[in-house]
Design a protein around this ligand. Structure first.
Ligand code: AMP
Length: 183
Protein backbone atom coordinates (compact mmCIF):
# COMPACT_ATOMS: atom_id res chain seq x y z
CA UNK A 1 0.00 0.00 0.00
CA UNK A 2 0.98 3.57 -0.68
CA UNK A 3 -0.29 6.11 1.84
CA UNK A 4 -0.89 9.68 0.69
CA UNK A 5 -0.60 12.22 3.45
CA UNK A 6 -0.98 15.98 3.62
CA UNK A 7 -3.34 18.80 4.53
CA UNK A 8 -6.71 19.30 2.86
CA UNK A 9 -6.12 20.77 -0.58
CA UNK A 10 -2.62 19.32 -0.95
CA UNK A 11 -3.71 17.39 -4.03
CA UNK A 12 -3.90 13.89 -2.53
CA UNK A 13 -7.03 12.93 -4.42
CA UNK A 14 -5.94 14.16 -7.82
CA UNK A 15 -2.50 12.61 -7.42
CA UNK A 16 -3.93 9.38 -6.05
CA UNK A 17 -6.22 9.06 -9.05
CA UNK A 18 -3.46 9.88 -11.55
CA UNK A 19 -1.13 7.28 -10.07
CA UNK A 20 -3.91 4.71 -9.88
CA UNK A 21 -4.83 5.30 -13.54
CA UNK A 22 -1.22 4.99 -14.67
CA UNK A 23 -0.52 1.79 -12.75
CA UNK A 24 -3.91 0.07 -12.78
CA UNK A 25 -3.94 0.33 -8.99
CA UNK A 26 -6.85 1.04 -6.67
CA UNK A 27 -7.33 4.60 -5.37
CA UNK A 28 -8.96 4.24 -1.98
CA UNK A 29 -10.20 7.53 -0.52
CA UNK A 30 -12.12 7.36 2.75
CA UNK A 31 -13.33 10.95 2.18
CA UNK A 32 -14.66 10.11 -1.30
CA UNK A 33 -16.48 7.04 0.00
CA UNK A 34 -18.05 9.10 2.79
CA UNK A 35 -19.10 11.85 0.35
CA UNK A 36 -21.05 9.21 -1.58
CA UNK A 37 -22.82 8.11 1.61
CA UNK A 38 -26.58 8.44 1.72
CA UNK A 39 -26.57 8.88 5.48
CA UNK A 40 -27.55 12.49 6.35
CA UNK A 41 -25.73 12.26 9.69
CA UNK A 42 -22.47 11.44 7.89
CA UNK A 43 -22.97 14.27 5.38
CA UNK A 44 -23.57 16.69 8.29
CA UNK A 45 -20.24 15.72 9.87
CA UNK A 46 -18.46 16.21 6.53
CA UNK A 47 -20.01 19.64 6.12
CA UNK A 48 -18.78 20.66 9.57
CA UNK A 49 -15.19 19.65 8.79
CA UNK A 50 -15.07 17.28 11.80
CA UNK A 51 -13.89 13.68 11.59
CA UNK A 52 -16.37 10.83 11.43
CA UNK A 53 -16.16 8.11 14.08
CA UNK A 54 -13.29 5.66 14.08
CA UNK A 55 -15.73 2.75 14.05
CA UNK A 56 -17.28 3.95 10.79
CA UNK A 57 -13.90 4.62 9.20
CA UNK A 58 -12.55 1.17 10.09
CA UNK A 59 -15.61 -0.45 8.57
CA UNK A 60 -15.39 1.64 5.37
CA UNK A 61 -11.64 1.04 5.05
CA UNK A 62 -11.72 -2.72 5.70
CA UNK A 63 -14.55 -3.25 3.26
CA UNK A 64 -12.81 -1.20 0.56
CA UNK A 65 -9.50 -3.04 0.97
CA UNK A 66 -11.30 -6.38 0.86
CA UNK A 67 -13.08 -5.31 -2.31
CA UNK A 68 -9.81 -4.18 -3.95
CA UNK A 69 -8.12 -7.47 -3.01
CA UNK A 70 -11.06 -9.47 -4.39
CA UNK A 71 -10.72 -7.54 -7.63
CA UNK A 72 -7.00 -8.40 -7.71
CA UNK A 73 -5.67 -4.85 -7.83
CA UNK A 74 -1.87 -5.12 -7.66
CA UNK A 75 -1.61 -2.25 -5.18
CA UNK A 76 -3.74 0.22 -3.24
CA UNK A 77 -3.22 3.96 -2.87
CA UNK A 78 -4.77 5.06 0.42
CA UNK A 79 -5.88 8.69 0.58
CA UNK A 80 -7.16 10.24 3.80
CA UNK A 81 -6.50 7.44 6.28
CA UNK A 82 -5.20 7.25 8.98
CA UNK A 83 -6.01 10.72 10.30
CA UNK A 84 -5.38 10.25 14.04
CA UNK A 85 -2.89 8.42 16.25
CA UNK A 86 -5.65 5.97 17.21
CA UNK A 87 -6.34 5.22 13.55
CA UNK A 88 -2.61 4.79 12.91
CA UNK A 89 -2.36 2.26 15.76
CA UNK A 90 -5.39 0.44 14.40
CA UNK A 91 -3.87 0.38 10.91
CA UNK A 92 -0.64 -1.05 12.27
CA UNK A 93 -2.55 -3.90 13.89
CA UNK A 94 -4.65 -4.38 10.75
CA UNK A 95 -1.57 -4.54 8.49
CA UNK A 96 -0.06 -7.27 10.68
CA UNK A 97 -3.35 -9.18 10.84
CA UNK A 98 -3.86 -9.04 7.05
CA UNK A 99 -0.18 -9.45 6.06
CA UNK A 100 -0.30 -6.12 4.25
CA UNK A 101 2.58 -3.68 4.17
CA UNK A 102 3.11 0.03 3.66
CA UNK A 103 5.52 0.52 0.76
CA UNK A 104 5.91 4.22 1.51
CA UNK A 105 4.12 7.23 2.90
CA UNK A 106 4.10 10.21 0.55
CA UNK A 107 3.54 13.48 2.37
CA UNK A 108 2.59 16.34 0.04
CA UNK A 109 3.81 19.72 1.28
CA UNK A 110 1.95 22.84 0.21
CA UNK A 111 2.15 26.29 1.85
CA UNK A 112 -1.00 27.32 3.68
CA UNK A 113 -1.68 30.37 1.50
CA UNK A 114 -1.68 28.14 -1.58
CA UNK A 115 -3.97 25.63 0.17
CA UNK A 116 -6.46 28.37 0.96
CA UNK A 117 -6.50 29.49 -2.68
CA UNK A 118 -7.07 25.92 -3.87
CA UNK A 119 -9.86 25.12 -1.38
CA UNK A 120 -11.75 28.31 -2.17
CA UNK A 121 -11.77 27.33 -5.83
CA UNK A 122 -12.63 23.66 -5.31
CA UNK A 123 -16.06 24.05 -3.72
CA UNK A 124 -16.71 20.57 -2.31
CA UNK A 125 -19.48 20.31 0.27
CA UNK A 126 -16.88 20.55 3.08
CA UNK A 127 -15.14 23.60 1.58
CA UNK A 128 -17.01 26.38 3.40
CA UNK A 129 -14.71 28.86 5.23
CA UNK A 130 -15.71 27.49 8.67
CA UNK A 131 -15.19 23.86 7.67
CA UNK A 132 -11.85 24.70 6.01
CA UNK A 133 -10.64 26.38 9.21
CA UNK A 134 -11.78 23.39 11.27
CA UNK A 135 -10.05 20.92 8.95
CA UNK A 136 -6.79 22.86 9.07
CA UNK A 137 -6.89 22.78 12.89
CA UNK A 138 -7.62 19.06 12.87
CA UNK A 139 -4.75 18.56 10.43
CA UNK A 140 -2.30 20.29 12.79
CA UNK A 141 -3.58 18.73 16.00
CA UNK A 142 -4.55 15.21 14.99
CA UNK A 143 -3.17 14.32 11.59
CA UNK A 144 0.34 15.69 11.80
CA UNK A 145 1.25 13.50 14.81
CA UNK A 146 0.44 10.44 12.68
CA UNK A 147 3.74 11.01 10.87
CA UNK A 148 5.55 10.58 14.21
CA UNK A 149 3.89 7.20 14.71
CA UNK A 150 4.93 6.05 11.23
CA UNK A 151 8.47 7.29 11.79
CA UNK A 152 8.73 5.40 15.08
CA UNK A 153 7.44 2.26 13.37
CA UNK A 154 10.21 2.59 10.79
CA UNK A 155 7.89 3.31 7.87
CA UNK A 156 9.49 5.21 5.02
CA UNK A 157 8.11 8.74 4.77
CA UNK A 158 8.92 10.89 1.76
CA UNK A 159 8.17 14.60 1.88
CA UNK A 160 7.46 15.96 -1.58
CA UNK A 161 6.80 19.44 -2.88
CA UNK A 162 3.10 19.54 -3.78
CA UNK A 163 3.33 22.87 -5.63
CA UNK A 164 3.41 22.92 -9.43
CA UNK A 165 1.31 21.49 -12.21
CA UNK A 166 -0.47 18.19 -11.59
CA UNK A 167 1.98 16.58 -14.03
CA UNK A 168 5.03 17.93 -12.24
CA UNK A 169 3.82 16.72 -8.85
CA UNK A 170 2.88 13.37 -10.37
CA UNK A 171 6.43 12.93 -11.74
CA UNK A 172 7.88 13.56 -8.27
CA UNK A 173 5.52 11.04 -6.70
CA UNK A 174 6.06 8.46 -9.44
CA UNK A 175 9.82 8.54 -8.98
CA UNK A 176 9.49 7.76 -5.27
CA UNK A 177 6.81 5.12 -5.73
CA UNK A 178 8.79 3.44 -8.49
CA UNK A 179 11.75 3.21 -6.13
CA UNK A 180 9.70 2.01 -3.15
CA UNK A 181 7.80 -0.60 -5.18
CA UNK A 182 10.69 -1.53 -7.48
CA UNK A 183 8.71 -0.73 -10.63
P1 AMP B 1 -11.00 14.09 2.44
O1 AMP B 1 -11.67 13.91 1.13
O2 AMP B 1 -9.93 13.07 2.70
O3 AMP B 1 -10.50 15.49 2.69
O4 AMP B 1 -12.10 13.80 3.57
C1 AMP B 1 -13.28 14.55 3.64
C2 AMP B 1 -13.94 14.38 5.01
O5 AMP B 1 -14.27 13.01 5.23
C3 AMP B 1 -13.08 14.76 6.21
O6 AMP B 1 -13.10 16.17 6.47
C4 AMP B 1 -13.75 13.95 7.33
O7 AMP B 1 -14.97 14.55 7.73
C5 AMP B 1 -14.10 12.66 6.61
N1 AMP B 1 -13.00 11.67 6.70
C6 AMP B 1 -12.24 11.20 5.67
N2 AMP B 1 -11.33 10.33 6.10
C7 AMP B 1 -11.49 10.24 7.44
C8 AMP B 1 -10.83 9.52 8.48
N3 AMP B 1 -9.78 8.72 8.24
N4 AMP B 1 -11.28 9.67 9.76
C9 AMP B 1 -12.33 10.47 10.04
N5 AMP B 1 -12.98 11.20 9.12
C10 AMP B 1 -12.59 11.09 7.82
Amino acid sequence: MILLFGPPGAGKSMQGQMLAARQGWKWLSTGEMLRRSNDPAVIDILRSGELVSDALIYQVFEQAVQDARDKKYPNIIVDGFPRTKEQAAWLDEYMARMSEKIDTVISLEVPEAEIMRRLEKRGRLEDTPEAIARRMTIYRQKMYPVLGIFAEAGVRIVHLDGVGTAGEVHDRIYEEVAYACQL
